[in-house]
Design a protein around this ligand. Structure first.
Ligand code: BGC
Length: 416
């Protein structure tokens, strides 16, 4: 469902919705969960709150990665009318916290022991100056590949474990007349693929140096050129209509057997499940070749906007519902992500979910867990946007790999 396709329309819609419809005891929730799988997961949360007699005012703003949602949010805050709760990622949360815009959730967090069960990697974005300012919903990660099993089997292709095997698999699909890679040409999707490709080409130390420490030498390295060369290979193996396509339509191409692979975060799994597909039987999930040990994560959280000093009853109910262990399991089973608490059983999760939970724990303890650049967990929005611009321009043929490397060094240097 596309509620708003244009940012301007979204801003106007948001302002209208906010002035006319919200009841006192409702939570108004701004989010970008508008695909079939995302909406199914959101329903788990809506129903949970309805069970507690908290009304739900839905404020969806389509656009994967949340850029459009963040534009609507800025307009609402500027108009002096922020929504009650807002889906947000990483550095954006800290940005709003630093502006003093968020409510302090410490009472509910203390009562429910969030400090003991939420991993440090998420606390780094959920807490500012010792105050809980948002409620973590999940942990997603971006270095995944989704594959149509029947398509791979029909072409005698085994799950690729390194870049060279991936190249052979892609070439075999191309020779068989199948679109090798399903992709949507939107900046955030190009950048999502780049997370995984860069991790593979630079390795974990290089990824951290480039995208978290913003080290110019690593940004300008030969390994970075390799990453761009690999992006060019991927670009050569998408279909002609990739430009502007929404991510979930690219996932549908893999679901329907029109394409072999999609590189996308594990929200893609929500689409497979929503279409009645079973992991291991209909589709495969595996880490991007060469990144089996690493996890590039992003966590959806709901920040609560300060509504005049006190956390409202509805905000506290929403925060508490989000962190409850039963919700963390029920929601994330549908969403494709894994729980934001370390004490939730994997019993109800499918094979991909169980792998996601295992990978996350292993990566956290071996020093292989890194924030996703594409989804706002490696660097603040100014740097993220600079990376988006270069990656997208290169993907669309504006720069060769060597130029892209130089542009990346310069763009990050200016933005940081
Ligand atoms: C969010 C996911 C969402 C995806 C696509 C990501 O930034 O973390 O929850 O499903 O964007 O919309």
């Amino acid at each position: 469902m596309r509620i708003f396709t244009k940012t301007k329309a979204a801003v106007v819609g948001a302002l209208l919705a906010s002035t006319s419809m919200v009841q006192a005891a409702d939570v108004e929730v701004l989010h970008w969960w508008t695909s079939g799988g995302e909406a199914a997961a959101l329903n788990v949360l809506k129903q949970d709150l309805e069970g507690q007699s908290v009304g739900w005012q839905d404020m969806p703003v389509a656009g994967g990665g949340g850029e459009q949602a963040m534009t609507v949010l800025r307009a609402r805050v500027t108009a002096g009318n922020p929504p009650t709760a807002v889906q947000a990622l990483g550095f954006d949360i800290l940005d709003w916290a630093n502006q003093g815009a968020l409510a302090n959730l410490n009472d509910v967090a203390a009562k429910e022991g969030w400090d003991e069960v939420v991993p440090d990697a998420l606390k780094a974005f959920a807490k500012a100056d010792g105050k809980w300012v948002s409620a973590p919903v999940n942990v997603h990660s971006t270095n995944w590949v989704w594959a149509n099993k029947a398509v791979l089997d029909a072409n005698g292709i085994a799950q690729p474990t390194n870049w060279d095997e991936f190249v052979s698999a892609v070439e075999a699909l191309k020779a068989a007349g199948v679109t090798p890679i399903a992709h949507g040409g939107q900046a955030w999707q190009d950048a999502t693929v780049f997370d995984a490709v860069a991790m593979g080409a630079l390795g974990p130390d290089g990824y951290k140096a480039a995208f978290i420490d913003l080290d110019s030498e690593t940004l300008g390295s030969d390994a970075m050129k390799t990453a761009f060369d690999r992006m060019a290979f991927i670009r050569d193996n998408v279909d002609d209509n990739f430009s502007g396509r929404d991510w979930n339509l690219a996932t549908a191409m893999v679901i329907n057997g029109e394409a072999g692979f999609q590189m996308m975060g594990d929200w893609a799994k929500g689409e497979f499940l929503n279409a009645g597909k079973v992991p291991g039987e209909d589709f495969l999930c595996f880490r991007f070749p060469g990144t089996a040990e690493q996890v590039t994560f992003n966590a959806d959280q709901f920040m609560m906007f300060d509504q005049g000093g006190e956390v409202s009853t509805e905000q506290a109910a929403l925060a508490s519902a989000i962190l409850s262990p039963s919700f963390q399991s029920a929601f994330n089973v549908v969403k494709g992500s894994v729980p934001a608490r370390t004490d939730v059983s994997d019993a109800d999760f499918d094979a991909c979910g169980k792998q996601g939970m295992k990978d996350l724990a292993a990566a956290a303890s071996s020093g292989n867990l890194f924030g996703s650049m594409a989804h706002g967990h490696a660097a603040p929005a100014s740097v993220k946007n600079a990376v988006y611009d270069v990656v997208t321009a290169h993907f669309n043929g504006e720069y060769d790999s060597e130029t892209a490397v130089q542009e990346l060094v310069d763009a990050v240097d200016i933005a940081k």
